[in-house]
Design a binder for this molecule. Structure first.
Ligand code: PMP
Length: 405
């Protein structure tokens, strides 16, 4: 075998902890929390990011079918060269309006929206100082890395530390603060009013990732900044269409001159095929539905509250009660995987064990995502099943106080 092949053979033998096996799901149309797998029959899903069930919503599916009939399958090209369809343009306008910004730009994923736009917004001026939360998502880290900008990392949601770093920077230098509103793994919510205030005092622009908030929080689903009346204090709001909106794709919304620069320079926008028009049409239907309906948001909040209560009754620790992301702290890779396995085998419940690199070694979690479409009796069954397995397998875990709101 060549040296090259030897390396990967050795890696496969030695790094069994990084070996990934994925559960194959077949969705049952119209009934999202129930899905099927080849081996386990019908199961109940507790780790989907389709938090509001919009991926199965009749209005969304109807819009997609109609767009396929109108425009066919793929988009046929990059946005620059033959791939811009009517629905892309309508969706960008709708998203700009949702966030109260003058323009918005679609990407094929939230990952590429962060990576592409931050590489431009932090990189183009050549002398930008970036202030980035320590726990920011990989797509933010990669975008900032590709920007080449000087990074100052502040401790997670620690505004005193952020201020220290801002105060130490050259007052004449362009500055950008980058953070997430609802954190993807902890589920806590950033202190946006304080961040906005610091940005103002130190003359910094702000980039807010609202991936786990758009559709779910704020008036019309406009996110946490809007909920707190702060949307205009954040220069750029970034979101995904893949979670609350149940589709796929990502976007940035902001002042036209910034979005123009991203449109012209972001490599992950320029050099790739645009989203299929049917996906843009489905996302547009989802954005419009959630702009007008509070039902899904209300049910999501009620379901998250019920789950918090049931976990508290069983003394099962989770990282934050700020949001619908309920990360049960297991703190051990093996135990976490075993809990996930037993939930599936014994109870037909699917919740993925989350380990490194998504969380630190020793801070492994079961990232439980109650959705708007789980029924209260399903939530009770879930908590009872987790309670039994927790009692059986509980062990040492890192001391970590819950972030409470
Ligand atoms: N930002 C955050 C905070 C995320 O958690 C994720 C994905 N989970 C992304 C960006 C990327 O979004 P997408 O899945 O649409 O690529």
């Amino acid at each position: 075998m060549s040296e090259y092949m030897n390396f990967f053979a050795r890696l496969a033998r030695e790094s069994t902890d990084r070996k990934r096996e994925f559960l194959e799901l077949g969705r049952i149309a119209g009934r999202f929390p129930a899905a099927s797998t080849v081996e386990n029959g019908e199961i109940s899903v507790w780790c989907s990011n389709d938090y509001l069930g919009m991926g199965q919503h009749p209005r969304v599916l109807e819009a997609m079918h109609r767009a396929i009939d109108e425009y066919g399958g793929g988009s046929g090209g990059s946005r620059n060269i033959g791939g811009t369809h009517h629905y892309h343009v309508l969706l960008e306008r709708e998203l700009a309006r949702l966030h109260g910004k003058s323009d918005a730009l679609l990407f094929t994923s939230g990952y590429s929206a962060n990576e592409g736009s931050l590489s431009v917004l932090a990189g183009l001026s050549g002398n930008c100082a970036v202030f980035s939360d320590q726990e920011n998502h990989a797509s933010i880290i990669d975008g900032l890395r590709h920007s080449g900008a000087k990074k100052h990392i502040f401790r997670h949601n620690d505004c005193a530390h952020l201020e220290e770093l801002l105060a130490a920077a050259d007052p004449g230098q362009p500055k950008l603060i980058v953070t997430e509103s609802v954190h993807s793994m902890v589920g806590d919510i950033a202190p946006l009013a304080e961040i906005a205030d610091l940005a103002k005092r130190y003359g910094a622009a702000t980039f807010l990732d609202e991936v786990h908030a758009v559709g779910m929080y704020g008036p019309g689903g406009a996110g946490i900044a809007a909920q707190e009346g702060l949307a205009s204090s954040f220069t750029v709001i970034m979101g995904t269409l893949a979670k609350g909106y149940g589709m796929t794709g990502g976007y940035v919304a902001g002042p036209a001159e910034l979005i123009d620069a991203v449109r012209a320079h972001a490599r992950s926008f320029v050099f790739t095929t645009a989203l299929p028009p049917s996906v843009a049409a489905g996302a547009l239907a989802a954005v419009r539905h959630l702009r007008d309906s509070d039902d899904e948001r209300r049910r999501l909040a009620e379901n998250a509250r019920l789950l918090h209560t049931l976990l508290d009754e069983r003394s099962i620790p989770y990282l934050s009660d700020h949001s619908h992301i309920v990360s049960v702290l297991v703190g051990d890779d093996e135990r976490c995987r075993a809990m996930s396995r037993l939930l599936l085998q014994r109870h037909g419940i699917y919740v993925q064990a989350v380990n490194a690199p998504s969380v630190r070694v020793g801070e492994e979690i079961l990232r439980v995502a109650p959705s708007a479409v789980h029924l209260p009796e399903e939530i009770r069954k879930f908590a009872a099943a987790l309670g039994t397995i927790w009692t059986e397998l509980d062990g040492p875990r890192p001391a970590r106080a819950r972030v409470s709101g």
